[in-house]
Design a protein around this ligand. Structure first.
Ligand SMILES: [Cu+2]
Length: 198
């Protein structure tokens, strides 16, 4: 009996404000939307889109199609027309996690930079063995996550390009520069984009 009297008293002492439920936070659509979960933890707000291990010479890259609405959604990680992209040291293994945030099918494959810029159909054979999602020019994914890996054996200017016919030529591509004498991998965001994000 004593206990219940005490708990009633305690209840009465709780300030009224804390008893009122907080209004549900307004849900804003995050860039990356449903694909956010593929990014490393803690990198959603300021995504770096890669994780690297220099000792192992390995980089994990996270490529999200239609990350935001730029270039009519034909972007990877919010970047299009190869205005930004990845720089990776020659000889490193590249592990790709690809996710399409759109209902429109997209894919990703590695081709030479000039091919990505001018070819309407990039075909289904990537420049480096294994550097593509399955059947990139006919079979896009929507929300499915695809993983693949490859080790570039040549330095040069390449692109991560969408294999869907016309997409890459219309800007659905980011650069992939494989460089000798580079110590760390990086995702380069164009200056223009940095201003948009502010
Ligand atoms: Cu595309």
């Amino acid at each position: 009996m004593k206990t219940s009297t005490l708990s009633l008293l305690t209840l009465a002492l709780i300030p009224l404000s804390s008893a009122i439920a907080e209004p549900e936070a307004k849900k804003e659509e995050k860039p990356g939307g449903r694909c956010c979960t593929v990014l490393p933890k803690g990198e959603i707000k300021n995504p770096v889109f890669l994780k690297q291990d220099a000792a192992k010479k390995e980089v994990e890259v996270f490529i999200i199609a239609t990350f935001d609405k730029s270039n009519y959604g034909m972007n990877f990680n919010g970047v299009s027309k190869s205005e930004g992209g990845y720089e990776i040291p020659l000889g490193w293994k590249v592990k790709v996690t690809f996710c399409n945030n759109s209902d429109v099918p997209h894919s990703v494959m590695v081709v030479e930079a000039d091919v990505a810029e001018r070819k309407i159909n990039l075909g289904d054979t990537p420049y480096f063995d294994g550097a593509t999602t399955p059947k990139p020019n006919t079979l896009g994914t929507t929300s499915k996550i695809e993983k693949f890996e490859f080790t570039p054996d040549e330095a040069g200017d390449f692109s991560f390009a969408c294999g869907f016919p016309t997409h890459s030529a219309n800007g659905h591509r980011i650069f992939l520069k494989i460089k000798k004498d580079l110590e760390k991998a990086a995702f380069i965001v164009p200056e223009k984009k940095k201003e948009d994000v502010k």
